[in-house]
Design a protein around this ligand. Structure first.
Ligand code: HEC
Length: 113
């Protein structure tokens, strides 16, 4: 029965780590915690590397609206800029296939990187 036990622990671990998603960068930081808390309640907290800086700017603003619509506590100015700074710090320079649902891929170097 040891094989199935190993399998079970592997599944348990995968669930704990969050399916097949990569762990968030700077996992111990306050910014990562804030991001995971505020942006991981309705869906998984998307890995910052799945989007470009530009795309994050759009999504964080859009999600601010979504959060209000759903009656969750509004993001404060501070939270918004902290979350945006965090995801942009680890953003990718090009959109990954399938990560975004239709935003044009950009090989353009992000400003200020
Ligand atoms: C109140 C629930 C809720 C919270 C909280 C929330 N989101 Fe979302 N998010 C959604 C919904 C619903 C969608 C899909 C609808 C849409 O496209 O607008 C979505 C979609 C997204 C997408 C697009 C994913 C894709 O597959 O392309 C990103 C990126 C995203 N959210 C980021 C964030 C970030 C960053 C935060 C924190 C600031 C956040 N979300 C917090 C509900 C939420």
């Amino acid at each position: 029965m040891s094989v199935s036990r190993i399998l079970l622990s592997a599944i348990a671990l995968a669930v704990i780590v969050g399916g097949c998603t990569r762990p968030l960068p700077e996992p111990e930081s306050a910014a990562a915690l804030l991001y995971a808390t505020r942006c991981g309640s309705c869906h998984v907290a998307h890995h910052p590397g799945t989007m470009t800086k530009k795309m994050w700017e759009v999504w964080v603003v859009r999600m601010g609206t979504e959060i209000q619509t759903k009656g969750q506590p509004m993001l404060t100015q501070r939270e918004t800029s902290e979350i945006l700074a965090y995801v942009q710090r680890h953003a990718s320079n090009s959109a990954r296939a399938g990560a975004t649902g239709g935003v044009a891929p950009a090989e353009v170097p992000a400003p200020g990187s």
